[in-house]
Design a protein around this ligand. Structure first.
Ligand code: UFG
Length: 340
C-alpha cells in the first residue's frame, strides 16, 4: 500500500516526501518537472537514505495516471501538482483552469476507478479572498479574487460535492498560508522558474547577488509599519502537517478543512530584518507602489489543526530565514547550481 504524491518534486511536495519517508510511509511520486527539478528527488533520497518509485508524468495524461494506479496499490493521494503563480494566472486564466482543474479531474476520476477514496488537497489561504477580519478561521466566507484562487475554490467545492454524493470519500483540504524556509540539510528548497513572484525567494536571490534589490510593494497599508502582514510558515512544519492529515484520513470518511499557518503575522519589513540577521549582511530594498491584489493583513487561527490533527508549527521566523538562506547560499542558482 502506498501514498501517491503528485507534484512531489516541487517545493512543498519534496519536503513532504521527506517527512513521509521519515515516518516510514511507502510513497510513489509523480511530477512533470514543469516548475521543479529531478535534483529534488536526489535530495529526498540523500536526506532520508530511502528510495521510492518515481513517474515523470503529467496529470493531464489520464492514461499515465491510470498506469500508476494499475502498477501500484495506491491507498491515499496527496495532490500538490498544479500551477501556482497568482499574476501569471491573471494573464493566463485558461491555462490555469485547464491545467489545475483537468489535472485534478484526472486524479479524482482515476482514484474513483480504482476504489481509492482518501485524498489530501493542497489548498491555499487564497480561498478566503479578502478576509473581513484576522485571524482567519476555517469557517470564514470563501471567495476567489484571481484565477489561481478560483481553481483552488472549485476543487474544494468539488471535494465537498463528491463526498455529499458518495460518503465513502475522505477529503482533507489543507489551506496553506505563506510557505518559506527549506530543509535544514540545504539539499532541497524553493527554486521558482524565472524571477520570483513571492517575497522569500526574491529576498534570498537579492541576498545571494542574483537580483540587485528587493521591491517592497507599498508602505502605506494600515499595519504597524505600513507594509503588508502575512503568516509565514516553515515548509518543514507544513510537510509535517501532511503526515498528520494522513493519520486523520484513516479515522472516518468526511471532508475536513484545516488552516496550516503559525498564527503569527510578520510584516515585509519584519521579514527583511529577520533575514538580514540570518544572512549576516544588509539586503537592499526600495519602496514601490502597492501591488495589485495584495491585502493588508492575513494570518490564521491554527487552533483547529492543533486540536484535531495534533499539529502545531514548531519553527519561528528566525529558523525560516536561516534555512531559506542556507539553501540559497549553498545553491546560488537553485537546482541548476553545479555540484562541487
Ligand atoms: N512582496 C514584496 N516584494 C516582493 C514580493 C512580495 O514586497 O518582491 C510582498 C507582497 O506585497 C506581500 C508579501 O510580500 O505583501 C507577501 O507576498 P508573497 O507574494 O510572498 O505572498 P502572497 O501573500 O501574496 O501570496 C501567497 C501565496 C499565494 C496565495 C496567497 C494567498 O504565494 O499562492 O498567499 O493565500 F494565493
Amino acid at each position: 500500500m502506498a501514498i501517491l504524491v503528485t507534484g512531489g518534486a516541487g517545493f512543498i511536495g519534496s519536503h513532504t516526501c521527506v517527512e513521509l519517508l521519515n515516518a516510514g510511509e511507502d510513497i510513489v511520486v509523480m511530477d512533470n518537472f514543469y516548475n521543479s527539478n529531478s535534483r529534488a528527488l536526489d535530495g529526498i533520497r540523500k536526506i532520508t537514505g530511502k528510495d521510492f518509485k518515481f513517474y515523470e508524468d503529467d496529470m493531464l495524461d489520464i492514461a499515465a495516471v491510470d498506469q500508476i494506479f494499475a502498477e501500484n496499490d495506491i491507498e491515499q493521494v496527496i495532490h500538490f501538482a498544479g500551477y501556482k503563480c497568482v499574476p501569471e494566472s491573471v494573464q493566463k486564466p485558461l491555462m490555469y483552469y485547464s491545467n489545475n482543474l483537468r489535472g485534478t479531474f484526472n486524479i479524482l476520476e482515476t482514484m474513483k476507478k480504482y476504489g481509492c477514496t482518501k485524498f489530501v488537497f493542497s489548498s491555499s489561504a487564497t480561498v478566503y479572498g479578502i478576509p473581513a477580519t484576522v485571524p482567519v478561521k476555517e469557517d470564514f466566507p470563501l471567495s476567489a479574487i484571481n484565477p489561481y484562487g478560483s481553481t483552488k475554490l472549485i476543487i474544494e467545492n468539488l471535494c465537498r460535492e463528491m463526498y455529499a454524493a458518495d460518503n465513502t470519500w475522505t477529503m482533507i483540504l489543507l489551506r496553506y498560508f505563506n510557505p518559506v524556509g527549506a530543509h535544514e540539510s540545504g539539499l532541497i528548497g524553493e527554486d521558482p522558474n524565472g524571477i520570483p513572484n513571492n517575497l522569500m525567494p526574491y529576498l534570498t536571490q537579492v541576498a545571494v547577488g542574483r537580483l540587485p534589490y528587493l521591491n517592497i510593494f507599498g508602505n502605506d497599508y494600515p499595519t504597524p509599519d505600513g507594509t503588508c502582514v502575512r503568516d509565514y510558515i516553515h515548509v518543514v512544519d507544513l510537510a509535517v502537517g501532511h503526515v498528520k492529515a494522513l493519520k486523520k484520513l484513516e479515522e472516518k470518511p468526511e471532508v475536513r478543512v484545516y488552516n496550516l499557518g503559525t498564527g503569527h503575522g510578520y510584516s515585509v519589513l519584519d521579514v527583511v530584518h529577520a533575514f538580514e540577521k540570518a544572512c549576516g549582511h544588509e539586503v537592499k530594498y526600495q519602496i514601490k507602489p502597492r501591488r495589485a491584489g495584495d491585502i493588508a493583513m492575513c494570518y490564521c487561527d491554527p487552533t483547529k489543526a492543533k486540536e484535531e490533527l495534533g499539529w502545531e508549527a514548531q519553527y519561528g521566523i528566525e529558523e525560516m530565514c536561516q534555512d531559506s538562506w542556507r539553501w540559497q547560499s549553498q545553491n546560488p542558482d537553485g537546482y541548476a547550481t553545479e555540484e562541487k
